[in-house]
Design a protein around this ligand. Structure first.
Ligand SMILES: *Cc1c(COP(=O)(O)O)cnc(C)c1O
Length: 434
């Protein structure tokens, strides 16, 4: 069971909306920090353990800074994420660059910052060497194919576009060694939003065995193993969170069983989790604009899937609390919708909730990762603000809401006045003249 509570009393929440109009995402800094410290503690048996926060989950400088102050690095997969992490003061081996289908300019930026480069394909060795030279330390993303089962969000490994096959890992190590690379890491990521701790234990075992085989066959002592991200969170109240300390202990047992006897100790263990770090500590706060009764009962909010895509694209469950009716019984069944002209713009379908009125304040839970970040501007919808609830109760706006000016910023209006539509005949004439 995971209790779905609000980070502050309703009256305080209502007060925040006087300064910052709904909708907005609210992040609970104290809870986020405590969770981040606890995560590091669970793996503190591994001296050099590093958790690289997957920036794509919540690409906000305040969140990246908050986590880096606690000892996290940043896991980036695009130019913007690298540049954002750089602005937060991260560099060198505090940055993991795990991208795919990567443009040369992104490799160049990663090299410039001294980030650890985690290649997605064997052909990227030549590509990287040509564009910016091979670094001293290089990592490869392993895709176990048929050897592992994936899960719904990320799919079966053998159908996934990511990573090297097993033989390619060995070939890549040999190629890079011949070209003077001395230090290596291996990475994998085979699950997303997975709540079964055994899955991650299996992943650790798979990577430990791979490192042992690499040592045996090529006499290479891999410097780090990156177990990826993908640890799930209890979106449903009846879900159970992964016990990270228990997982840490079990991975240590596995480490002692495989890594130590192979003389690979000390080996640095890395992870690049996003969701489990920030997900449960974000809340989308939104007000009821309309009620509608047709074949079903609808509650229309002042937010939309531009602010939170997961229910629409994954049919994901996000718990909803009616903040001003927390002690009322759930007697009604509603579809809770946004305003996009897309029928799947629904935060919830057939959800049991207390009787709702226009003006009620709804809180959608677990939006701290892959929430605001996934938003888009389809249908001219503008993304909401992001607020940080400080431990002392202060509320800091860490991103303002988008405005129409933001939306229009990339459009060419300058040439519009002299732009005249041509008929087909005029176009043909013009072509002949040329
Ligand atoms: C998305 C992603 C992550 C983070 O996944 P979470 O589910 O948020 O933990 C880590 N590494 C890579 C390569 C990713 O694409």
């Amino acid at each position: 069971m995971s209790e779905k509570k609000l980070p502050l009393p309703y009256s305080d929440l209502e007060k925040i909306t006087e300064t910052f109009p709904t909708p907005f995402h609210l992040y609970d800094e104290a809870a986020m920090s405590e969770n981040a410290r606890s995560f590091l503690d669970a793996f503190s048996w591994n001296q050099e353990f590093k958790q690289y926060f997957a920036v794509k989950a919540t690409p906000s400088p305040f969140i990246i800074k908050l986590l880096s102050d606690i000892g996290f690095g940043a896991d980036c997969s695009s130019l913007a994420e690298l540049a954002l992490s750089e602005k937060c003061g991260l560099a060198g081996d505090e940055l993991m660059f795990s991208s795919n289908d990567t443009p040369a300019e992104e490799f160049a930026k990663a090299r410039e910052l001294g980030a650890i480069i985690n290649l997605d394909d064997i052909s990227h060795i030549d590509y990287l060497q040509e564009c910016c030279g091979l670094p001293q330390l290089i990592s490869f993303r392993y895709n176990p194919g048929n050897l592992r089962e994936g899960n719904i969000i990320i799919g079966e490994p053998k159908e996934a576009k990511y990573g090297f096959t097993r033989p390619q890992i060995f070939d890549a190590l040999k190629i890079c060694m011949r070209r003077g690379v001395k230090r290596f890491g291996l990475h994998t990521m085979v699950a997303s939003n997975e709540l079964d701790a055994d899955f991650f234990l299996e992943t650790a075992k798979m990577m430990f065995e791979l490192a042992v085989e690499v040592k045996k066959e090529l006499d290479i002592s891999v410097e780090f193993l990156n177990l990826g991200g993908g640890i799930g969170i209890p979106y449903q109240p009846e879900d159970k969170a992964v016990d990270l300390h228990d997982l840490g202990r079990r991975i240590k047992e596995m480490y002692d069983q495989f890594i130590v006897p192979a003389h690979l100790h000390p080996m640095k263990i890395c992870m690049e989790c996003g969701r489990v770090i920030t997900g449960p500590y974000g809340y989308l706060v939104s007000r009821v604009l309309h009620k509608k009764e047709t074949y079903k009962k609808y509650v229309g909010l002042d937010s939309s899937m531009a602010d939170l895509m997961r229910p629409a694209i994954y049919e994901a469950y996000h718990h909803i609390t009616v903040a001003n009716k927390q002690h009322e019984e759930s007697t009604e069944t509603y579809d809770v919708t946004g305003s996009l002209c897309e029928n799947n713009d629904k935060f919830a379908v057939n959800r049991k909730l207390p009787r709702i009125e226009v003006g009620d304040l709804l809180v959608i839970h677990d939006t701290g990762a892959h929430g605001h970040a996934m938003g888009f501007n389809y249908n001219g919808k503008l993304r909401s603000a992001e607020l940080l609830l400080r431990p002392d109760g202060e509320v800091k706006q860490i991103r303002r809401a988008e405005t129409l000016d933001d939306y229009f910023a990339t459009l060419n209006f300058d040439d519009l006045a002299e732009f005249q539509t041509r008929t087909d005949a005029e176009s043909a004439q013009k072509t002949q003249q040329v």
